[in-house]
Design a protein around this ligand. Structure first.
Ligand code: 5AD
Ligand code: SF4
Length: 438
């Protein structure tokens, strides 16, 4: 098929970074096996895919309104596919509710995309599917950044979370495959890699070939040996598995980006127990302190759920206390959302009034806003090093510091992919502005 005739794929991604990578894999597989090129224009598409999230209720509602819109906008004969976690969870019900959907592919079945794309009514959502040794075509966020999965699924049973039901049991991808994939991305121009998994630091407990256990720390050491790779990032680690060995490697390995995601979920030991998170408030504070002590420039990001069933005012104050002590650099705040087939549904009788949940969410957001408004201006006048990743038409470059803060400055295209120093002249709550000094 000539270039002019190649089919067009429009893909929309909801949810987490694993979904972003899955979408990149879907696009790469459909390019390799079915000659689809991506388009940003839905009206041009021969195939429209929505890659869904089911972690909270809202994205699920959004799915049905979105695909309804797709069905109106699509050109004659164009197909619609639904992939991802909601596909895993609702399966054939999606086609029952929206019969114009052509196929459904679950979050653990992405490698099947090339097989189902031409089969009207296909539903591939097997939760036992093992894709841990499937060689996907490479996934890239941009020219300089690659995302590489290190495991599939999740073995935790956090009582609010639907993910173990949609992504299945945790299986680690063999370290040599991961290293090979990162090397390929680096050969292709990447300088930064993002290692991805639902629970990255429980890496290496189960491989599909039954080999001996491995550790995440060891994997970080393997990946950091790759020449010309400059920056390693990963998400999400679990606070429970942040042992001393891991923290020490994180601190001393110069290739590891000094920004860490530590999903707190709640600051109350009681609520953490009800969530089955496996750690206490004290453990979390102890790990955060050890990290801060060893890593001077560390930025810590987190996820917090307010109004989990049974959360008292005192429990919520424990969360505020941890926020005040740890001084998170970014917080992803969520109000608890009951999800099907999760253990927390049994706590329905303890559900918190929505009004109280909203008030707690606002209080948390305001507290953090005040912290950032006080903290960020302290960076004015300092010099930071960034990897330049993009250039806007107005000659504004943007890039990230080693501790993953976004920085904007005037610049030009020869800086793309290079590390440059920027003197900070202005800040917002979430980013820096400055002038290039070399
Ligand atoms: N309700 C609200 N937030 C949730 N998350 C996961 N499940 C739920 C739920 N049922 C949040 C957690 C997790 C993030 C990805 O989404 O904070 O870390
Ligand atoms: Fe969900 Fe917990 Fe697994 Fe994260 S670790 S995906 S919150 S079950």
């Amino acid at each position: 098929m000539s270039k002019e005739e190649s089919k067009k794929l429009f893909i929309q991604t909801l949810g987490c970074q694993m979904n972003d990578t899955d979408s990149q894999h879907i696009a790469a597989e459909l390019k390799k096996y079915k000659d689809y090129d991506k388009t940003e224009n839905i009206e041009d598409a021969d195939l429209i895919i929505i890659n869904t999230c089911s972690v909270r209720e809202k994205p699920v509602q959004k799915l049905f309104s979105e695909i309804g819109q797709f069905n109106i906008k699509k050109k004659d004969g164009a197909k619609i596919g639904v992939c991802g976690c909601t596909a895993s969870h609702l399966g054939n019900d999606i086609i029952k509710r929206a019969p114009y959907v052509d196929f459904v592919v679950g979050a653990r079945n992405i490698s099947k995309i090339k097989d189902v794309v031409d089969i009207k009514g296909a539903v591939e959502i097997s939760i036992d599917n093992d894709e841990s040794t499937y060689e996907f075509a490479p996934a890239k966020t941009n020219k300089y950044r690659a995302s590489v999965n290190i495991s599939i699924g999740c073995d935790k049973k956090c009582t609010y979370c639907i993910v173990p039901n949609t992504r299945g049991e945790e299986i680690s991808i063999p370290p040599e495959m991961i290293v090979e994939q990162v090397k390929k991305a680096v050969d292709d121009g990447a300088v930064e890699v993002m290692l991805l998994g639902q629970n990255v630091n429980s890496y290496g407990r189960r491989f599909s070939d039954g080999r001996a256990k491995y550790s995440f720390t060891k994997l970080l050491q393997d990946v950091s040996k790759i020449e010309n790779l400059q920056r390693i990032r990963f998400t999400s680690p679990h606070p429970l598995h942040m042992d001393d060995e891991f923290i020490e490697e994180f601190a001393k390995n110069p290739k590891i980006s000094k920004c860490i995601h530590m999903p707190l979920q709640s600051g109350s030991t009681e609520i953490l127990r009800a969530m089955k998170r496996g750690y206490t408030k004290e453990w979390f504070l102890n790990r955060a302190k050890k990290l801060r002590d060893l890593v001077p420039n560390l930025r810590i990001t987190t996820d917090i759920i307010v109004a989990f069933p049974g959360e008292t005012q005192k429990d919520f104050e424990d969360t505020l206390d941890v926020v005040n002590q740890v001084k998170f650099d970014q917080i992803f705040n969520f109000k608890y959302s009951p999800r099907p087939e999760t253990e927390a549904l049994k706590l329905e009788h303890l559900e918190i009034e929505d009004k109280i949940g909203s008030a707690r969410l606002t209080e948390l957001i305001e507290l953090h806003k005040r912290y950032l408004e006080d903290h960020m201006p302290k960076l004015i006048g300092t010099t930071v090093t960034i990897l330049v990743e993009s250039l806007k038409p107005n000659s504004e470059i943007s890039g990230y510091t080693d501790n993953y803060l976004q920085v904007f400055a005037k610049g030009s295209d020869e800086l793309l992919g290079k590390f440059v120093d920027v003197k900070v002249t202005d800040v917002t709550r979430t980013a820096l502005k400055g002038e290039i000094v070399k």
